[in-house]
Design a protein around this ligand. Structure first.
Ligand code: CMP
Length: 140
């Protein structure tokens, strides 16, 4: 069925002017942008968003990178959008990501891996609610 998922174009990809290329990749594979916001994350919101990683050794580095510059927050919709988004992004580690995926093309390291995508429908709803009001999510 038609799902919605949450996507972030991370600071390293925004910095290299790859927003258009990344959105084109999503669109060319059948996803649609249903909301988008260019912003710099506050430390507080970023820590809330990544709360499940709080005890990980890379948490400090993750938050400092994700607040280091502008990000594009998006809601993507389409048939099976959660899994489809993850396939289009590729593996978390850009070195392991399949050719043709966004992370293979624009990822620089495990942390600076160009994009975030929700890992489940439940995560998608939680993450969208952190960054978007209900009325900001367009029905396509
Ligand atoms: P993301 O989908 O944004 O969710 C959590 C992020 O933590 C993940 O993508 C990676 O960018 C980052 N991450 C995961 N493992 C590591 C690691 N070992 N070192 C640094 N960052 C990591």
């Amino acid at each position: 069925g038609i799902e919605r998922t949450f996507s972030i174009i991370k600071p390293n990809a925004v910095k290299k002017n790859a927003i258009g290329d990344i959105i084109h990749t999503f669109e060319s594979k059948g996803l649609r942008v249903a909301a988008a916001k260019l912003t710099i994350l506050s430390k507080e919101k970023c820590e809330l968003f990544y709360a499940e990683h709080k005890e990980r050794p890379f948490f400090g580095e993750l938050v400092s990178f994700m607040t280091s510059g502008p990000v594009l927050l998006m809601c993507l919709t389409g048939e099976g959008a959660v899994l489809k988004n993850r396939e289009i992004m590729g593996a978390t580690d850009p070195k392991k990501a399949d050719a043709g995926t966004i992370r293979a093309k624009h990822g620089d390291s495990m942390g600076e891996n160009a994009v975030h995508g929700s890992d489940s429908l439940a995560s998608a709803e939680r993450e969208l609610a952190i960054f978007f009001d209900k009325h900001e999510l367009v029905n396509l």
